[in-house]
Write a protein that binds this ligand. Structure first.
Ligand SMILES: Cc1cc2nc3c(=O)[nH]c(=O)nc-3n(C[C@H](O)[C@H](O)[C@H](O)COP(=O)(O)O)c2cc1C
Length: 192
């Protein structure tokens, strides 16, 4: 597919638009292989992934639901809690994304996070090259909680950056519209 088309047509498509049908693991491995080819400073390759499917996916979603219940306080909404459980039947694979900070003395942590974000974009673009696959990067405050890091078994030099949800799109899936303000407003050209 033409690269401009691939990049501009990629959309965040949410689990309510997924059928629950599984994506085959070979396709997921292909998406992950492309994640591994992101640019990274000092060759640290700081991206780490934990892939949840089937019973693992159910466990992930119930963990997030319970964390939501514990931490929502007065803003708790039962439908939102229920949506975590529904998600286990909509999503095919949930790929938790983490950064592993290296001990390189001159490498700012932000550069490791930037490299992981590049790897996630590789994943989303690869997923988007399959017309039947929908996906998006989900964060939210829960993924930054120490309890969640513990559930994931993250090491002290690792931090969770969110989850990429992937699913097979329903036949009549709605592709959300997205807009951007002109790139010209975000660029300054310096010519002398
Ligand atoms: C770091 C990051 C975290 C995000 N977290 C969420 C999230 O928690 N919930 C959500 O609905 N979308 C999330 N998104 C997706 C954005 O909402 C989406 O990219 C944005 O609306 C633009 O739409 P598009 O991706 O279709 O162009 C996240 C995106 C990024 C880059």
């Amino acid at each position: 597919m033409n690269v401009n088309k691939l990049i501009r047509n990629r959309r965040s498509i949410y689990p309510s638009q997924y059928s629950g049908e599984r994506i085959d693991d070979a396709t997921i491995r292909d998406i992950m292989e492309n994640a591994n080819w992101a640019p990274n400073h000092y060759h640290t390759e700081p991206w780490r992934f934990i892939i949840f499917k089937e019973k693992g996916l159910e466990r992930l979603m119930s963990t997030l639901a319970e964390l939501y219940k514990t931490h929502a306080g007065d803003s708790f909404q039962q439908p939102k809690y229920d949506r975590y459980f529904a998600r286990a039947n909509q999503v095919s694979h949930a790929i938790v994304v983490a950064v592993e900070y290296s001990e390189k003395p001159n490498l700012p942590e932000i550069e490791e996070v930037e490299a992981v974000a590049c790897s996630v974009q590789n994943m989303l673009l690869t997923a988007s090259s399959h017309p039947e696959i929908g996906g998006y990067w989900s964060s939210g405050m829960l993924v930054y909680l120490p309890e969640f890091a513990e559930f994931l078994g993250l090491k002290d030099n690792q931090a969770c950056l969110g989850t990429v949800y992937l699913g097979t799109l329903k036949e009549d899936a709605i592709r959300p519209k997205s807009t951007r303000t002109p790139i010209g407003d975000k660029i300054k050209w310096v010519i002398q």
